[in-house]
Write a protein that binds this ligand. Structure first.
Ligand code: ADP
Length: 721
């Protein structure tokens, strides 16, 4: 019945010769099982004859069908197999119609004839498949041959019952599964769909076997014949109870086992989407996307193009697995992809991506529709990606603001429609991330402009005062030269001093405006702190104790040593100045694991919860000074903001830009009257743990230093730790 249904379904779907051949093959199988059943029912010898004749015809249909699946190429020699098969068939038919058809020898001959020919047909199919130029056909044929071989082997096992070996009749079930798979493979163009469908039939088969087992137990073991109906009903109730959980479990296991890659794609895309929801910066979004796709192991190459500001084209923001047109050496595995796509050149492709969320270029070129030709022509601009799956990233205005190309060039039709849906969702989320990053960069730009405004005002003020003084001094010099009066040296001194001051201000301004990248190296912060404090202490006269509390075995942090010294000196200097030269300063180092702290100014590289929880190394400078009022706190990092007469207001601004340049942050905690703590957090340099040197002094740095600092009377003592 099932075989008949499959035959009919094929004819409903297509009427090409291959469809007719398939329908004939399936009908033949149906008749073969049918005549066997009829013999079982009526025991009439006619059904034995009928079965025998159908047995002879079966492999003939198989041979013709398998030959039709991969048509011969034009000009190739005609296949010999059908002719040889036909000759043997005629002989076998004669044998089966003769009075000797029930002799053991002729049974054996029939047996070898059937399986010999089916195997030969499968082998010839495999050969043709291997020779085919299209990889899609090669993969599809390999798939069919494996399923066909399994079905033949198991059906062969069924026949062993004639020889007295009784095995469960799985052959019949598998023959139907094979027919079904074959039917689907003839009508579905995508190999990926076949895998999907094979997965589903595996699930159904596994379920059918489990339920058959349950039924068997109930009817055979639990009850006798007179209670069979009751047991049948009980078994049915057990099916109903178990059906859903069992189906879910079987599906999960089969997917995990046979479709591991798909399973991986789903789990890694879920993780990717989680990470994307925290991303604010454009480049970070690109990195997260590409590394997520790479981790999924389902793409061999991927690229993301983002629209430029004026919408004239799309620039390559990142790629994996490919080389760009700017690279010199093309990868042996993968060809070149362009670094830019001009909107005009790829217009048809863009229009298509605006209409639908994704386009599989491979599918379009296989279908070969006229309406798709312009899309394919424009997609050829993608170079090696010209047969990828394209995912459109839409912006707020529903326009295409980005194109994600994914390809798995190990197989054709690498992505199932369900997988493409999953990837489309990622593209949608990229659209949201792009919108977020635009808002974020606008906010950053606004902050920057505000800072620039404040800075310009500060600069004007700073330049104006010394200029006034210079002008006054110069006017006096002028008058002196007219009246031949006092010695002008004093006024020249003032001019020089003010010019120097202007020079300092402008120099610091330039430091801030064009920060020097420095030469970051994995720096032992404890060592750097000790040296800096030592040098500072030896040059100062103020009555200030500096205590060190250094955590040993700290990881190194990547920063330019000179710049680190500059930052630390600035914090210490500020602390000392805030306390009017009297009080205590505590410098400590510690490690902190976890998300990056948010800087008070809010403008630091806060990238949300980092995926790998980076280790942070902290250096804190605490003072017992007057603290900072809320009003001052707000402007602390704005360039030229100062509360000191002789201050430049650039110390903290420069310090912040140095620390941010190496991916760190500066935080401040302060309460008026309760002192201030500045904390520098730097990401630890990987694999750069400083081995603690166990010396007596190092063992208790804070105390050792406390002693040193309490000793200090009028004379400052170098801080020892
Ligand atoms: P400058 O020291 O030239 O004023 P900074 O940028 O280093 O420039 O500091 C800006 C302002 O921050 C200072 O003028 C001061 O008001 C305040 N400040 C910095 N550190 C401290 C501190 N430890 N205690 C109190 N106020 C501080």
């Amino acid at each position: 019945m099932l075989a008949f249904a499959i035959a009919l379904s094929m004819l409903l779907r297509g009427r090409r010769p291959v469809h007719w051949l398939f329908a004939a093959f399936a009908a033949e199988i149906a008749l073969w099982y049918g005549s066997q059943s009829l013999f079982g029912l009526f025991q009439a010898p006619i059904w034995i004859r009928a079965t025998a004749v159908l047995t002879v015809l079966l492999p003939q249909f198989a041979v013709h069908l398998f030959q039709a699946i991969v048509p011969l190429e034009v000009g190739a020699e005609r296949a010999k197999l059908p002719r040889i098969a036909a000759w043997i068939g005629v002989f076998m038919l004669a044998l089966e119609l003769s009075p000797y058809h029930e002799a053991p020898l002729s049974l054996g001959a029939a047996y070898f004839y059937v399986f010999g020919l089916i195997s030969a047909a499968l082998i010839s199919l495999a050969r043709r498949g291997r020779r085919s130029k299209s990889r899609a056909i090669r993969d599809r044929v390999r798939f069919l041959v494996v399923v066909g071989a399994a079905a033949t082997t198991f059906t062969l096992a069924d026949f062993l019952s004639f020889l007295g070996v009784v095995l469960p009749p799985i052959g019949a079930v598998l023959a139907i599964v094979f027919l079904f798979v074959l039917a689907e493979s003839l009508t579905r163009p995508r190999l990926a769909d076949l895998y999907e469908m094979a997965g589903r039939s595996l699930v159904s088969t596994a379920l059918a076997f489990s339920f058959a087992g349950i039924f068997y137990v109930f009817v055979t073991y639990v009850g006798r014949f007179n209670t069979m109906y009751l047991n049948g009903v009980l078994a049915a109730i057990v099916f109903l109870v178990l059906f859903e959980p069992l189906q879910a479990e079987v599906e999960r296991r089969i997917h995990q086992f046979f479709f591991r890659e798909r399973f991986d794609l789903e789990t890694s895309v879920a993780e990717l989407r989680r990470l994307l929801s925290h991303v604010l910066e454009r480049q970070e979004m690109v990195d997260v996307l590409l590394s997520g796709l790479e981790r999924s192991r389902r793409v061999t190459s991927a690229a993301i193009y983002l629209r430029d500001q004026d919408g004239n084209g799309f620039d390559l923001a990142g790629s994996i697995g490919g080389v760009t047109t700017n690279d010199k050496e093309p990868s042996p595995l993968f060809g070149r992809i362009p670094t830019r796509l001009e909107s005009l050149a790829v217009r048809p492709m863009l229009d298509r991506l605006t209409q639908q969320s994704s386009v599989s270029l491979e599918e379009l070129s296989r279908e070969g529709k006229d309406s798709d030709a312009p899309v394919l022509t424009s997609a050829s601009a993608l170079g090696a990606m010209d047969s990828a799956v394209l995912l459109g990233v839409r912006g707020d205005d529903e326009e295409c603001v980005g194109i994600i190309c994914v390809a798995d060039d190990r197989v054709r039709d690498a992505f199932t429609p369900e997988e493409i849906k999953v990837l489309e969702n990622v593209a949608a989320q990229i659209g949201v991330a792009i919108a977020n990053s635009q808002i974020y960069s606008r906010m950053k730009e606004r902050d920057r402009l505000a800072a620039l405004g404040a800075m310009a005002a500060g600069l004007a003020h700073e330049v104006k005062n010394p200029l006034g003084a210079i002008k006054g001094a110069a006017q006096l010099l002028d008058e002196m030269s007219i009246h031949g009066g006092k010695d002008g040296q004093e006024w020249v001194g003032i001019i020089l001093e003010e010019v120097n001051r202007l020079d300092r201000v402008v120099g610091s301004f330039l430091d801030y405006a064009r920060p020097h990248a420095g030469n970051p190296i994995p720096l032992d912060l404890n060592g750097a702190v000790r040296r800096t404090v030592q040098i500072w202490s030896s040059q100062q006269l103020e009555d200030v104790n500096i205590s060190l509390d250094l955590t040993e075995g700290l990881s190194r942090a990547k920063i330019d040593p000179e710049q680190f010294r500059q930052v630390l000196l600035n914090l210490v200097q500020n602390a000392v100045q805030a306390m009017d030269g009297r009080g205590r300063v505590f410098v400590s180092t510690q490690r902190k694991r976890g998300a990056r702290p948010r800087s008070w100014s809010g403008s630091v590289n806060d990238k949300g919860p980092a995926s790998a929880e980076p280790e942070l190394v902290e250096v804190s400078v605490r003072d017992t000074g007057p603290g900072i009022s809320q009003k001052v706190l707000k402007n602390l990092f704005i360039p030229f903001f100062t509360t000191k007469d002789q201050g430049t207001g650039l110390g903290l601004a420069i310090s912040q830009s140095i620390v941010q340049n190496v991916g760190g942050t500066i935080e401040v905690q302060s309460q008026p009257g309760a002192g201030t703590t500045f904390t520098i957090s730097l990401p630890a340099a990987l694999d750069a743990l400083v081995t603690p040197i166990p010396t007596a002094v190092d063992a208790k740095p804070a105390h050792a230093d406390d002693e040193a600092s309490t000793k200090s009377g009028g004379e400052p003592q170098p801080a020892k730790a």
